[in-house]
Design a protein around this ligand. Structure first.
Ligand code: FAD
Length: 293
């Protein structure tokens, strides 16, 4: 049974949720489904499935969300981007989501096929920004719609204040909740909450947490997304760099401490970037007394 995420978020206690990406290979598929089956018993509030960078994995996203909805007990959020799609293309994908019983969509602009560093250009006949996709989704059916948020500011934004205004504009367009990019400083997130509250946006903004289990991978992802990889964390990980177990233990400890600080500061829950693996997420979860059911 697929529930609107906004209703699930309105329930007592913090939410927690897990993000997956659609795999490209049979081995990747097995890894994903092992992670899903190992995380399902934790009864997350929802799980979500990304939409390929460059808009290239439409069918893979659709097939994973369909299977999660049909074969598991999980409520699933399908990501959707405006990349390389006309409004008609988007309407067709949205209709496919609706036919599969999907009720929750994360509305994103996405990045150019060249990556986040490439200058954004809307597709002819398509949409320029996520706020337009939020409106389109509400116009196409009874969807609960989430959007992206950036505690450090989106890399294209001139400053965090401007960025918060555009998040508030997505709320005004009808966003029901937001999920943030990963970050490592609770203060950045809590300041974003204050900024958007001042702008009259009161939707739940769920912080995204990335467990660090592999230093070079996270540094690469941080560089790609424009997120800051803090020196103190790099130094702590560098001290144990030749011991993968110790790197993982530091990553889990740091992420668990961040989660506790976020929840104590008023975060509505925690969103875990799982990278299609369950172990680090389960280890962090086990350390979080406040979210356990
Ligand atoms: C939780 C999360 C999940 C993600 N999932 C995916 C995914 O599945 N697939 C994928 O390809 N990418 C994904 N991304 C990356 C995202 O697509 C990129 O960061 C993209 O550059 C911005 O998307 P957005 O939806 O925030 O865009 P927008 O909200 O459109 O913002 C993009 C930039 O334009 C500004 N802006 C916003 N609205 C307006 C407006 N109306 N007029 C002028 N400027 C405006 C913003 O401040 C920002 O600088 C995800 C990001 C997050 C945080």
């Amino acid at each position: 049974m697929q529930h609107p995420v906004k209703e699930l978020l309105a329930r007592d206690g913090p939410s927690f949720s897990f993000e997956f990406f659609p795999p490209k290979t049979d081995d990747g598929e097995r890894l994903l489904w092992t992670a899903i089956r190992e995380l399902e018993p934790l009864q997350p509030t929802f799980v979500d499935v990304t939409y390929g960078a460059g808009g290239g994995t439409r069918d893979r996203t659709l097939s994973v969300v369909k299977r999660i909805a049909a074969e598991t007990s999980l409520t699933v959020v399908a990501h959707l981007t405006c990349v390389a799609a006309t409004v008609e293309d988007l309407q067709a994908t949205i209709a496919d989501f609706a036919d599969a019983g999907i009720r929750n969509v994360l509305a994103l602009r996405g990045d150019m096929p060249g990556g986040p560093q490439a200058t954004w250009e809307a597709t002819r006949g398509g949409l320029a920004h996520a706020d337009e996709l939020v409106r389109l989704l509400h116009g196409e059916g009874d969807f609960c719609v989430g959007v992206a948020a950036f505690p450090e500011g989106h890399p294209e934004s001139p400053d965090r204040e401007t960025d918060a205004k555009y998040l508030a504009a997505k709320c005004a367009a009808g966003a029901d909740f937001a999920i943030t990019q990963f970050f490592f400083s609770a203060a950045d997130y809590l300041e974003l909450l204050d900024r958007v509250a001042d702008l009259g946006c009161d939707v739940p903004v769920i912080p995204g947490v990335m467990p660090v289990t592999n230093v070079s991978q996270i540094q690469r992802m941080a560089a790609m997304s424009g997120a800051e990889f803090p020196q103190w964390l790099a130094d702590r990980l560098q001290d144990v760099a030749d011991d993968p177990q110790a790197v993982r233990a530091v990553g889990v400890e740091v992420a668990a401490a961040l989660c506790e600080e976020l929840l104590a500061g008023g975060a509505p829950g925690i969103h875990f970037y799982t990278l299609n693996r369950s172990t680090a997420t389960r280890e962090i979860y086990a350390q979080l007394k406040s979210v356990q059911r």
